[in-house]
Design a protein around this ligand. Structure first.
Ligand SMILES: Nc1nc2c(ncn2[C@@H]2O[C@H](COP(=O)(O)OP(=O)(O)OP(=O)(O)O)[C@@H](O)[C@H]2O)c(=O)[nH]1
Ligand SMILES: [Mg+2]
Length: 299
């Protein structure tokens, strides 16, 4: 008898949801950064073991008072994943002392939607004092009932075996949604765009916060098996362009080289990557920007 279901990873920004998804899969499908609001859209990773398949859904962090259209779409995509879930994992950064305002809001919303979640305290590698973890569990358990609590480190791998086993055990009887060998539903182009965005987040995030997106202009496979990709990085302000390009084009060259390596590793083929930088003040107002990301264009 086959089992299959949806598992949604939700939580405040920066809790380590994407790191956990990648760690459970053993491969990178969702980009990670030490800054908040890294994940913009729903990212699916597929775990299959024996007769059971778990479709893990990484979501954008849920934060307070979204103002811009992009932020609102990100959060509504996270709530959609909650609605669709057979199992909800609330990922919490165990190294933060207090419950975040965002987490209070998530717990209240789960309650009103009559949804139950599993509590996953992540980053336990940063908390040597185990009584602190019990304290954190208590704070959360006072606000909601959790069927189960896990203490893990997505970074070191601690506790992931048990969590995986539990997830598989919770999947309802169902035909599989994906073939056994599929790891993600993300199209290769989008993955390549995300990998370039990850490098950009690390390289220029302080100067160009959240104001950029990556688009694919050309995707051409050669007979020798290599792939040529041309991507455009759209920034919102003219002033951001020289920051990205750098003196004599040095910065964009370095970004391109790193991104090329990451994409090549992820796709398992030789990649030629060209990056252009374009100022598009209105990219966040264009419906096609959202379609590309798999988000709804909401008002
Ligand atoms: N020490 C430690 N750091 C971790 C762990 N898990 C994630 N991190 C770090 O926490 C930061 C945020 O990780 P992400 O996986 O991007 O967090 P996220 O919840 O997906 O964030 P958003 O997409 O912005 O909502 C990164 O710098 C990770 O390396 C962990 O178990 N231990
Ligand atoms: Mg993320």
């Amino acid at each position: 008898m086959k089992h299959c279901g949806f598992v949604s990873l939700i939580g405040a920004p920066n809790a380590g949801k994407s790191t956990l998804l990648n760690a459970l899969l053993g491969t990178k499908v969702s980009i990670v950064c030490h800054k908040q609001q890294t994940t913009r859209t729903r990212v699916v990773g597929i775990l299959t073991h024996e007769e059971t398949q778990a479709v893990l859904v990484d979501t954008p962090g849920i934060f307070q008072n979204p103002k811009q259209r992009l932020e609102k779409s990100m959060i509504s995509s996270a709530w959609q994943a909650v609605r669709d879930a057979d199992l909800i994992l609330l990922i919490v950064d165990a190294s933060r002392v207090h419950m975040e305002e965002e987490e209070k809001k998530i717990l209240a919303a789960l309650k009103s939607k009559k949804k139950e979640a599993i509590l996953v305290l992540n980053k336990v590698d940063l908390v040597p004092d185990k009584t602190k973890l019990l304290g954190k569990t208590k704070v959360f358990s006072e606000e909601a009932t959790f069927d189960k609590v896990f203490m893990i480190s997505a970074k070191s791998g601690q506790g992931l075996g048990e969590l995986k086993e539990y997830i598989f055990g919770q999947m309802p009887e169902s035909e599989w949604f994906y073939p056994a060998d599929q790891v993600s539903d993300m199209p290769q182009r989008l993955l390549a765009e995300e990998l370039t965005r990850e490098v950009l987040l690390h390289e220029v995030h302080a100067e160009v916060p959240y104001g950029l997106t990556v688009r694919t202009d050309l995707w051409e496979k050669f007979e020798n098996g290599s792939l040529k990709i041309v991507q455009t990085i759209c920034v919102e302000r003219e002033a951001h362009k020289p920051i990205l390009v750098g003196k004599g084009g040095q910065k964009i060259k370095r970004i391109g080289e790193q991104a090329r390596k990451e994409i090549s590793r992820a796709l398992g083929i030789k990649v030629h990557l060209m990056l252009h930088v374009k100022v598009d003040e209105k990219w966040k107002d264009r419906p096609e920007s959202y379609q590309d990301l798999g988000l709804d264009f909401t008002s």
